[in-house]
Design a protein around this ligand. Sequence first.
Ligand code: T4K
Length: 397
Amino acid sequence: MIRPIQPFAKPITVARPALPPLQDFCRGLETIWERAWLTNDGPLVQQFRQNLLRYLRAAHGSLFTNGTLALQIGLQALGISGDVITTPFTFVATSHALFWNKLRPVFVDIEPKYYSIDPDLVEAAITPWTSAILAVHVYGQPCQLKALERIARKHGLKLLYDAAHAFGVQVDGQPIGSFGDMSMFSFHATKVFHSIEGGMLVFRDPALQARLDYLKNFGFENETEVLLPGTNAKMTEFQALMGALLLDRIEEMINARRTLTEHYRARLGSIPGIRLTAPARSGVTQNYAYMNIEVEPDTFGMGRDQLYEQLRVYNVLARRYFYPIIPDFPCYRTMFAGIRLPVARAVADRILTLPLYSDLCMDDVDRICDMVESCHHRPDRHMPAERLTGREVGLSA
Ligand code: T4K
């Protein structure tokens, strides 16, 4: 007999920004007020950049107002043209960044274990028009780095990583940003680490530093000289303040995520029809960015969308990251009509991202797991989602 589970009184969202003690932020604000220097490469941004380079063990890096603009400008600075081989299974910003540079995304399918781009398919998709590979360490799980590096070298292609999810990840002791020609980290409020909004590029070629810095500041060299047709993508002092305070707590935040993730996995791993992402490859130091499950409808007893709806009734706002796949969005659909990406589509139809953030309570994780478990045990679980009401899960009518 399954005991009735009470919905949460307040929504439990998929992500929730980590916040430093308010008095620390206020103290930083006082400094900003005194200086009256708010943006345009201010002292906090400069200090934040140095601290990040040290943490990421990167020689070169540039800060931006968000990850999307960082990626757009990075592609531009590298002089990429023509076709770029990329993944269909990511947040839509990855391919939007290509379109803003008038580049054509060539979507190839992913591998089903860690959901990143399949290197064999990458190599098969190369044509004389291909100039780069834009791969994504989706959910913070590293791509197949060696295979992609080999392919990029062999064919003379630039290799960029959208590492939006991978801040703090390491592979065999090497920081994730040290692979490829360039990596982009997102510091959006919902990420493992954030600066409210924000983004960073780390890169191999030191010559890119000046180019990136011009491009994000209108191309200004001085008051009267503009060297490049740049844009405005500068990080502000307020963003840097938030980021600097959180960088001091990064280990603590990742550790909290690890504990919560391990508990989720221990609880959910034994539920029939719930598939957990494979344990990380050996040598990978994870950041526990997302807590995903795949729902096998026949064994679990209901499909992913039905579970998603049921959790909403319980006030758990899980998300379908990343559904639909990019070429199925209305803005891309006609361009990519008929494209076959069976693995990405199958994963996108089954995946569900559960709430995970560093100050999520363990009791809440238990309760979410109870909710998932109860959906499996329901005698009426084959009912379509719309027929399951709040009353049935214990909500007052
Ligand atoms: N590449 C990849 C692979 C990415 O995943 C992303 C961003 C990018 C590139 C682009 O980087 P940025 O330009 O964003 O730096 C969220 C984030 O907005 C987005 O940054 C992230 N990926 C994506 C995976 O997730 P949404 O549309 O799901 O956000 P939203 O507003 O629905 O927020 C999710 C939940 O978080 C909400 O239910 C409530 C909670 N939340 C959100 C915010 C903003 C809070 O509790 N507080 C907050 O301040 O995209």
